[in-house]
Design a protein. Structure first.
Ligand SMILES: Nc1ncnc2c1ncn2[C@@H]1O[C@H](COP(=O)(O)OP(=O)(O)OP(=O)(O)O)[C@@H](O)[C@H]1O
Ligand SMILES: [Mg+2]
Length: 220
């Protein structure tokens, strides 16, 4: 089964045509990098793949489900269970601790507190970040925040992880630590991963890369 298939996907906002016939086949365990300059439509594409928005036309299949045929609540359920998202903005919840942030997807799935906490702590420990568990997001560096976001995205053992510019605004060293965390998470959970960036970035080294330009995707 393909993890995602996009056929001639168009997405417009009022009269701006952002995606103009995007085609993409994502296979299980693929690690794909999508590069495009600011405004190219990377976040727009991530939102479609994450079932947070719908295309204007074309067909989009995610995890074997034809998205056009899913109700909003079916789409939300599929997202919660099977998809992990690292959003570009509105990421960690400011009034929740790091531990509570990492637990959040499991909370939304209805797991009880003890199970959530144990799973979140285990992942934090794996990356030697347990000392951050009781801090709030504003008490973390940008690099730490991005590593916590990566961990949160994998906590529900998702089949598909979408990371929207996870290394934006980080220096090379921090970018590299985020990359190392991703590598281990991908290795452990065998998730299919799609990562966006505005240009060449360490995090994309082992990705199959596509350029998003003038509304279409081309492998390069
Ligand atoms: N909700 C919206 N309403 C209207 N226009 C939008 C909306 N969201 C995005 N756009 C426009 O669509 C285009 C693509 O935006 P998008 O956020 O997908 O780009 P991006 O590649 O993620 O850019 P960046 O690297 O800066 O995050 C931009 O021109 C943007 O202004
Ligand atoms: Mg964006």
């Amino acid at each position: 089964m393909h993890t995602a298939v996009l056929k001639d996907v168009w997405k417009s906002y009022s009269n701006t045509h952002v995606l103009r016939g995007v085609n993409l086949v994502v296979n299980e365990a693929d690690v794909i990098g999508i590069v495009g300059r600011s405004g190219a439509g990377k976040t727009t594409l991530i939102k479609l793949l994450g079932l947070l928005d719908r295309p204007n036309s074309g067909s989009l299949t995610v995890l074997g489900r034809d998205v056009g045929k899913l109700s909003d609540s079916e789409a939300s359920k599929l997202r919660l269970k099977e998809i992990g998202i690292i959003p570009q903005t509105f990421n960690l919840i400011p009034h929740l601790t790091v531990l509570e942030n990492v637990e959040l997807p499991l909370y939304l799935l209805g797991f009880k507190k003890s199970v959530r906490e144990a799973a979140a702590l285990e992942l934090l420990k794996k990356f030697e970040l347990q000392h951050l568990a009781s801090r709030y997001p504003h008490e973390l560096s940008s690099g730490e925040q991005q590593r916590i976001l990566a961990i949160r995205a994998f906590i529900n053992k998702p089949k598909l992880v979408l990371a929207d510019e996870p290394t934006a605004y980080l220096d090379a060293e921090n970018s590299n630590t985020v990359y190392e965390v991703f590598k281990e998470l991908i290795n452990e959970f065998k998730s299919t991963v799609i990562i966006t960036a505005t240009g060449p970035d360490d995090i994309l080294v082992s990705c199959r890369k596509y350029l998003l330009f003038k509304g279409v995707l081309k492998e390069f």
